[in-house]
Design a protein around this ligand. Sequence first.
Ligand SMILES: *[C@@H]1O[C@H](CO)[C@@H](O)[C@H](O)[C@H]1NC(C)=O
Ligand SMILES: *[C@@H]1O[C@H](CO)[C@@H](O)[C@H](O)[C@H]1NC(C)=O
Ligand SMILES: *[C@@H]1O[C@H](CO)[C@@H](O)[C@H](O)[C@H]1NC(C)=O
Length: 382
Amino acid sequence: MNMFSSVMVAILGVSPAIASVLSSRAVPNNTLPSGTNPIKVSSAQFLGNLTADNSCSHRDLGFSGPINGVWYHIFGDTIWCDTGVTDPNLDPGYGPDGVPGGFVPFVRDSISQSTSNPLKVHDLHLNDNTPVPHQNQFVPYDKSFGEAVDTGFGGTSLCETNATAGEAAFFYLVAPNGAPSKGAGVARISTAFGTPTVEARFGSQGYWWDAKTSPRYGDQAAYRDTQGDYIYAWGGAPLSATGEATRYVYQTRVLATQAFDLTKYQYWYGRATGWKTTPLTTFNEETAVMAGAGQGQVVYSNYYKTYLFVHTDLFHVLIRTAPKPEGPWSADVIAWTPTKFYSAGYIYAGVAHPYLDTSGKTLTVSYTNNPNVNDVVKITFA
Ligand SMILES: *[C@@H]1O[C@H](CO)[C@@H](O)[C@H](O)[C@H]1NC(C)=O
Ligand SMILES: *[C@@H]1O[C@H](CO)[C@@H](O)[C@H](O)[C@H]1NC(C)=O
Ligand SMILES: *[C@@H]1O[C@H](CO)[C@@H](O)[C@H](O)[C@H]1NC(C)=O
């Protein structure tokens, strides 16, 4: 066969190789940034470190969310300061590289209440250590789910489900140390007796979405829409995803009043198809909602009248915007470039504190400056 006829066979007969190229080209890339990001930062002021007014620890994350008007922060690994230490900067047991000198007690997650001071939170669920109490776990590990004290656990924002009842949904990822993630789940949180407390975790193993086959919904961000009735949860790819699909973010939503019923969740299939109740099993650039995103928080900006996703890469605090929580999301604007606390370190987990200025003209943001320092910066928009 000469060159010409082999080309003709390929075109007229549509060889399997060509068909696959054509079909993959037909899939839109919904993760590409879209629309104009209106954010203009006029100034950013570093405020200091976020610490507790009644306890002492080194910790990460701290995602915020309200229940009935009171804002709470959910921290990740919470490493207690030494006995009697009240200032984490003066903790002798904690080396400059963040590596504890010996065994340091810690809990895998904890909860604090916001205060009007952007640099102070009030820690909740304290133990009886003296003279300085330390935090107990917010979501205790559960032996009946095969969990132990060292089972990794990461949560994002509380999402209010019923303000009157003082109830919220909490999204989390169960990720045993040194092993693949198990799955993402939801807990019911109640303030019926004051302090937010876990009432129930759903799923036979304490999670709903098996990380082998489902995105880790809620591990990236979780948000109770202030402009509508839904809770949105974003998560990274399942272990079954391959290639570039592993780097994308997928999303689910549920009516806030139905957040504890798995059958009521809807899954995003991409801009052409929208939401479906059938769980998503195809992971690609069409069914994903965004790419290149760190853990963070969505807030509705009263100033820009748009949704903001506050997140980070390893070096910057970033904000992308969208007209609706399901996107399309714009390109990022760099809101702040932190000074890394530790030369080999990095930053992660963008946390929004919108309650400090409901006009939205400024947004106070915190993030984890590795290892376990929570920096706070106040961003003023132009
Ligand atoms: C889709 O867009 C992302 C950026 O959002 C890019 O990294 C990726 O390579 C694109 N994927 C394909 C298959 O074109
Ligand atoms: C923040 O905490 C780090 C680590 O403890 C410390 O080195 C730094 O001085 C603190 N910054 C401020 C402004 O307190
Ligand atoms: C919210 O909780 C209150 C108090 O428990 C209850 O009366 C009300 O029916 C709940 N609302 C919904 C929508 O379930």
